[in-house]
Design a protein around this ligand. Structure first.
Ligand SMILES: NC(=O)c1ccc[n+]([C@@H]2O[C@H](COP(=O)([O-])OP(=O)(O)OC[C@H]3O[C@@H](n4cnc5c(N)ncnc54)[C@H](OP(=O)(O)O)[C@@H]3O)[C@@H](O)[C@H]2O)c1
Length: 393
């Protein structure tokens, strides 16, 4: 018999408990032994839980039980999640998690502790919910040099941008609707400001390169400043606007981008997530699915439990990253919009820009590739109303 514990009886923890219960026979067959959920740790009592008899409030009960070999940390946040995971790894227990904050911040320490103690720290659910993203990078595509990752990694922002694009909703109205439908938190700042996507692109880049960066060093722009008029103009010109986490040409960034309709990422709508990976031999690979939700996320967490119990290989031990390259040199085409009175000045400053149908009373164009530094200089010379990056197909 293999015994498992779940830390946190929230959305993901409940999904995991349900999957372990409903699919117990299948999971046990995969592992080759009966797999049993022994404990759920939570701070609340939860007497109505179907697993009320397994709820404990003291982590030491789980840590000191030699029967527990795998712990799922699905509490979220930095502490005590890190402390519980570290103690479990040091006690020789495998840890699996959906907690991107913990992986992004402490992944180097935690994967190092796992390796030192002969166990594993797995985190498939931390990026893209139920979409297999990490295992493909670490296993199936491992022989490639992964030189590009473009991910729609946050369902809340993708839902908001999809509503703005399809129905002309304002950012505020689309956010309120996302909150009402339970897709956005009451405090949506981590999603809207790109912080959630930043943690995820850091982890995916770490899996591709073995190096995790300090996620606060990753240039990040959220979607709050994206105007419905720009999303509409982009649509008329053949682009969707999406918040992308990107690893490209040595740079890491999170920012809203125009994506041409002939790129499959542009059709990832609503709360769905997707990542387009580029390997130097395989070429483009796109993975698509549900980036959040109890069931989809449980699928990845419980998949990691099975991998840990079976002793599957293909884990990463992260190193701490060196400084990221100077972002001023990052170059891509831009969607620029200015007041109609500034059109001639803008065209004189950006030769080769292609004029598109603008927002009312404005002038808009798609430019040839411009560096971040060049756009900064441009802002000093002309008042830009929008300056969104364009991901080339
Ligand atoms: N929800 C998703 O669809 C999803 C998808 C992918 C990844 N994730 C990640 O998965 C993690 C969990 O998310 P979630 O949505 O399941 O969060 P959640 O619903 O808030 O669940 C967390 C649970 O942990 C409990 N908890 C808080 N502090 C604790 C402590 N010290 N000891 C024991 N239990 C404690 C919470 O209790 P209280 O409610 O009383 O505070 C809550 O029941 C987060 O890192 C999140 O980013 C979530």
């Amino acid at each position: 018999m293999k015994h498992i514990a779940i830390l946190g009886h929230g959305v993901v923890g409940t999904g995991c408990a349900r999957m372990l219960t409903e699919n117990r026979e299948r999971i046990s067959a995969l592992v080759g032994e009966d797999v049993s959920l022994k404990y759920i740790l939570d701070i609340r009592d939860l007497p109505d839980s179907p697993w009320a008899d397994r709820i404990v409030h003291d982590f030491a009960v789980i840590l000191n039980d030699p029967e527990v070999s795998v712990i799922a940390e699905v509490i979220g946040g930095a502490h005590p999640a890190f402390d519980f995971a570290a103690a479990a790894l040091k006690a020789g227990k495998h840890v699996v998690t959906s907690n991107k904050e913990c992986v992004s911040r402490f992944g180097a320490e935690l994967t190092g502790m796992a390796a030192a103690n002969g166990v594993t720290y797995r985190f498939e659910a931390s990026c893209g919910g139920g979409i297999p993203l990490i295992r493909p990078i670490l296993s199936d595509l491992a022989a490639n040099r992964i030189d590009g990752i473009d991910g729609i990694l946050n369902g809340t922002t993708n839902y908001i941008l999809t509503r703005m694009c399809r129905d002309g909703s304002s950012f505020e109205a689309a956010l309120a609707e996302a909150q009402q439908k339970g897709y956005a938190e009451r405090d949506p700042s981590a999603d809207v400001e790109g912080i959630d996507a930043r943690r995820k692109i850091n982890i995916l880049c770490g899996c591709a390169t073995g190096v995790l960066h300090n996620d606060e060093d990753i240039p990040t722009e959220g979607i709050a400043a994206v105007r419905t008029a720009d999303v509409t103009a982009a649509g008329l010109a053949g682009y969707a606007v999406k918040l992308l986490g990107r690893m490209t040409g040595g740079f890491l960034l999170v920012a809203p981008h125009l994506i041409p309709f002939d790129c499959p990422l542009s059709h990832t709508d609503g709360v769905f997530n997707a990542a387009l990976l580029h390997g130097n031999f395989v070429g483009d690979v796109m993975l698509y699915g549900r980036g959040a939700g109890a069931d989809a996320t449980a699928s990845a967490v419980v998949g990691d439990m099975v991998a840990a119990l079976r002793g599957d290989s293909g884990c990463v031990t992260f190193a701490h990253g060196a400084a990221l390259p100077d972002f001023g040199a990052f170059t891509c085409p831009r969607y620029l919009s200015v007041g109609a009175e500034d059109a001639a000045a803008l065209l004189a400053l950006v030769p080769g820009a292609k004029t598109i149908e603008p927002p009312v009373g404005e002038f808009a164009c798609i430019t040839p590739p411009l560096s971040e530094d060049a756009v900064r200089v441009l802002r000093q010379k002309v008042s830009l109303r929008a300056a969104l990056r364009v991901r080339e197909a």
